[in-house]
Write a protein that binds this ligand. Structure first.
Ligand SMILES: Nc1ncnc2c1ncn2[C@@H]1O[C@H](COP(=O)(O)OP(=O)(O)OP(=O)(O)O)[C@@H](O)[C@H]1O
Ligand SMILES: [Mg+2]
Length: 641
C-alpha cells in the first residue's frame, strides 16, 4: 500500500466516528429543542384562549356584547395574537378583534381545545365556553345526595396565534446546532487526525526505512522515542540494518581478498603459460632446424640409386621424418589459428575438383591398406576457402582411412537446407567412436586408441584443427558414430551457382624449369645450408651458398647475378632475412624473386613477411613445397635457361 493511501485511510478511520457521534448528538439536541418550542407555543395559545373563554363567560351568559368585545380586544393586544373571536352556541360570530380566517360550524364544534386550522404562519385554535356551575352553601339541603349537573355550553372562543416567532426560534436552534456540529466535527476531526498521525507517523517511518534497506541503504538509524508505539519494531530494524551492514562489509572484504587471490593465481598461471609457451616455441624452433636439414638430406638421398636394403632404410627414415613434419605442421596450424593470422579467401570452388584432389592424395593410402575409397561424383559449387576446405576434408578422409581396418570409406555430397547448402559426408565402416567421446575427440591432443602416444599414429590435432577452421569459415560440422558401427563426419557448406569458367586450372602459369636457375641460399645453420645446396644442386640449380648476410652481400658485390634468393629469417647477426632481401634488391637495383624460411612460428613474423610481400616457409620445409614455390616465384621467361 502506498504511504499516501495509508495516511488517507487512517484519517478516514479517525474522523468518521467523530462525525457520526457529533451528527447524532446535534440531531438529537435539535429535535428535542424544536419539540419543546412547539410545546411551549401550544401551551401559550391554550392559556390565551382560556383567558378569552373565562373573560367571555359572563358576556355570553348575560348577552353583553360590549363585555365580550373588551375581553377579545384585551387578548388581541398580545404581540403574537393575530385575531380573537367569540361565537355563540349556534356558531354565530358575536365579536371579533383583528383580521381572521373564516371557519365553518363543524370545525368549531369540537368538544375540547384544539388546533382547528394550521397554516405556515399561524395556528387557529378554538375552545368551547361553558357556564361555570357555582355551588352555593345551603345548610338545609339534603347532604346525603349531592346534586350532579352538566356544564352548559355558552359558545366558542377562537384565537389565531402567529407562528413566525416560533419559526424564528426553531431556525435559531437549528443554526446554533449546526454551528455546534461543525465546530464539534472540526475539533473532533482535528484531534482524531492528530491522534491518528501519531500512530501513522511511526508506521510511515518504519516503512520508509524498510524501503531504504530494500534498496541497499543500511546507513540510516531510526531515532527511537520513549513512547513510540513501534519502539520494538524500530529497535529491531536498527539491529537488522546494523547486522546487514556488518554482513555486507564482511562479504565485500571476502570478495576483495578472493579477487586478490584469484588475480594472483591468474598471474601465476599466466606466467606459467608464458614460460611454457616460451619453452615450446624454443623447443619447436630448435626441433624444426634439424628436421628441416634431415628432410632435405633424405630428399637428396632418395634421388641417389642405393642397394635395396639401404633404400628400404631410407624409406623408413623418410616415414619417420614425415611423421615429425606432420606434427610440426599441426602445431603450426594451431598457432596460426590461435594468433588469428589464418588468411581466409572465400570464393566459389568446384566440389568435383576438391574430391579429385582427395583421390589423388589419398587414393594410394587406401590401396596400401586394402580399403575401398569410394568417391561419389558431385558437380555443384560451394562458397568457401579452397585451401582450408580441402585441408579439412583431407583430414577427415585421412582419419577415416586410419581408423578403418576393412571395408569402405565413402566421400559424397548431398543437398540440404532446401538446396541452399551441400553436406559433405565422410563415412567409414571402421571402429567408430562411442557417444560419450563425441565432444572429447575434438579437443587437442586427444586420441582414443593411442594411450602410448605412438607418433606414427598422429598427435590428436587433426579434428581440433578441423573444428576451429570450420568455425573460422562458418561451416557446420557434425559427427554421427557409435562403437563398432563406423563413423560419419559431415561439413555443411553454402552452395553457389557455378561460375562461367572453362576450367579452374586455366590461366595458371606454365611450369618453369629450375635447371640453370641461379639461387642464392642464405642460412646460418651449416647443416641446413649443406642440405639445401645438395637438394637444389640435384634439381639443376646453380647454388650460391652464404652462411651470413655479409657473405650474401659480398657475393652480389663480386658481380654474381642471382635469379632467386632463399633466405633464413634468423641469420645470427644484426641483419635478419627481411632486411637482407631488401638490401640485396637495392644493391641489384631490381626486385629479385625471394622467399623466407624460418623455424619461428610466431605470429608477428608472419605479419612482417606478409607486409613485405614475401612468402614465409616454415621449417621443416617439404622439398616438394619449396620446389613449387620456386617455380611460382620465377618469371615464365626463366624457362629459357
Ligand atoms: N573416423 C574415425 N573413426 C574412429 N575414430 C576416429 C575417427 N576419426 C577420429 N577418431 C578418433 O578421434 C581421435 C582424434 O582424431 P584427430 O584427427 O584429432 O587425431 P589423430 O587422427 O589421432 O591425430 P592427427 O590427426 O593429429 O594425426 C583419434 O585419435 C581417434 O581416436
Ligand atoms: Mg587425424
Amino acid at each position: 500500500m502506498k504511504l499516501r493511501e495509508m495516511r488517507r485511510r487512517m484519517l478516514v478511520a479517525a474522523v468518521l466516528p467523530v462525525l457520526l457521534v457529533v451528527s447524532f448528538v446535534v440531531g438529537a439536541f435539535s429535535f428535542s429543542r424544536v419539540g419543546e418550542l412547539g410545546e411551549a407555543h401550544a401551551q401559550r395559545a391554550k392559556l390565551l384562549l382560556r383567558q378569552v373563554s373565562m373573560a367571555s363567560e359572563f358576556g355570553l351568559f348575560s348577552g353583553n356584547r360590549a363585555s365580550l368585545q373588551s375581553a377579545a380586544s384585551a387578548v388581541k393586544l398580545e404581540a403574537d395574537v393575530k385575531s380573537v373571536r367569540v361565537y355563540d352556541v349556534d356558531a354565530q360570530l358575536l365579536v371579533s378583534a383583528g383580521a381572521f380566517t373564516p371557519l365553518d360550524a363543524a370545525q368549531l364544534r369540537q368538544t375540547e381545545f384544539g388546533v382547528v386550522v394550521r397554516k405556515a404562519d399561524r395556528d387557529v385554535v378554538a375552545e368551547p365556553i361553558y357556564a361555570v356551575n357555582i355551588q352555593l352553601d345551603d345548610m338545609f339541603a339534603d347532604r346525603r345526595e349531592p346534586k350532579v349537573s352538566t356544564p352548559k355550553l355558552l359558545g366558542y372562543a377562537v384565537l389565531e396565534v402567529s407562528r413566525s416567532a416560533l419559526a424564528a426560534r426553531e431556525r435559531n436552534v437549528l443554526l446554533v446546532s449546526l454551528a455546534v456540529g461543525v465546530i464539534g466535527v472540526f475539533l473532533g476531526g482535528f484531534f482524531a487526525a492528530r491522534l491518528g498521525e501519531r500512530v501513522v507517523q511511526p508506521i510511515l517511518n518504519v516503512s520508509r526505512r524498510i524501503e531504504r534497506i530494500g534498496q541497499g541503504d543500511f546507513s540510516g538509524r531510526a531515532n527511537v522515542r520513549a513512547h513510540d508505539p513501534l519502539q520494538e519494531l524500530q529497535d529491531g530494524l536498527n539491529q537488522m540494518a546494523m547486522r546487514l551492514t556488518w554482513g555486507r562489509d564482511e562479504l565485500e572484504q571476502r570478495i576483495v581478498s578472493a579477487t586478490q587471490e584469484l588475480r594472483q593465481k591468474k598471474e601465476e598461471a599466466e606466467l606459467a603459460t608464458q614460460a611454457k609457451s616460451k619453452f615450446l616455441a624454443a623447443a619447436s624452433h630448435d626441433l624444426r632446424q634439424p628436421t628441416h636439414a634431415l628432410g632435405m638430406f633424405i630428399a637428396r638421398l632418395r634421388q641417389i640409386e642405393l642397394p635395396a636394403d639401404a633404400s628400404q632404410l631410407v624409406g623408413r627414415l623418410e616415414a619417420s621424418v614425415q611423421a615429425m613434419q606432420d606434427f610440426l605442421d599441426g602445431l603450426l596450424d594451431l598457432s596460426r589459428l590461435d594468433a588469428g593470422v589464418v588468411q581466409v579467401q572465400m570464393r566459389p570452388l568446384s566440389v568435383s575438383e576438391l574430391f579429385t584432389s582427395v583421390r589423388t592424395s589419398l587414393g594410394q593410402v587406401a590401396v596400401d591398406k586394402g580399403l575401398y575409397l569410394r568417391i561419389r561424383p558431385c558437380s555443384v559449387w560451394v562458397h568457401s576457402d579452397p585451401v582450408l576446405l580441402q585441408r579439412m576434408v583431407m583430414n577427415l578422409v585421412h582419419n577415416a582411412l586410419r581408423y578403418t581396418e576393412r571395408g569402405t570409406v565413402l566421400l559424397c555430397g548431398r543437398l540440404v537446407e532446401q538446396g541452399r547448402s551441400l553436406r559433405i559426408d565422410v563415412l567409414d565402416s571402421g571402429i567408430g567412436i562411442a557417444q560419450t567421446d563425441h565432444t572429447r575427440v575434438f579437443q587437442e591432443f586427444v586420441q582414443l586408441g593411442n594411450a602410448d602416444r605412438e607418433h606414427s599414429n598422429g598427435q590428436g590435432l587433426g579434428l581440433n584443427i578441423v573444428e576451429r577452421t570450420a568455425a573460422l569459415l562458418g561451416i557446420g560440422i557434425a559427427l554421427r558414430s557409435s562403437l563398432g558401427c563406423g563413423t560419419r563426419f559431415s561439413l555443411t557448406v553454402p552452395l553457389v551457382v557455378a561460375p562461367d569458367v572453362v576450367s579452374s586450372s586455366a590461366g595458371l602459369p606454365a611450369l618453369v624449369s629450375l635447371a640453370g636457375v641461379k639461387v642464392l641460399v642464405v642460412e646460418d645453420d651449416i647443416l641446413s645450408l649443406e642440405a639445401m645446396r645438395d637438394l637444389l644442386d640435384s634439381w639443376g640449380c646453380e647454388v650460391l651458398a652464404a652462411a651470413s648476410s655479409a657473405q650474401a652481400t659480398e657475393l652480389l658485390l663480386r658481380g654474381h647475378r642471382v635469379d632467386l634468393v632463399v633466405s633464413d629469417y634468423r641469420l645470427g647477426d644484426d641483419v635478419d632475412g627481411l632486411r637482407l632481401i631488401a638490401g640485396l634488391r637495392a644493391l641489384a637495383g631490381r626486385e629479385i624473386p625471394a622467399c623466407l624460411m624460418s623455424g619461428d612460428t610466431d605470429a608477428a613474423l608472419m605479419e612482417k613477411a606478409k607486409d613485405a610481400g614475401l612468402t614465409l616457409l616454415h621449417k621443416p620445409v617439404r622439398p616438394a613445397k619449396l620446389r613449387s614455390l620456386m617455380r611460382h616465384l620465377l618469371p615464365v621467361s626463366q624457362s629459357a635457361h
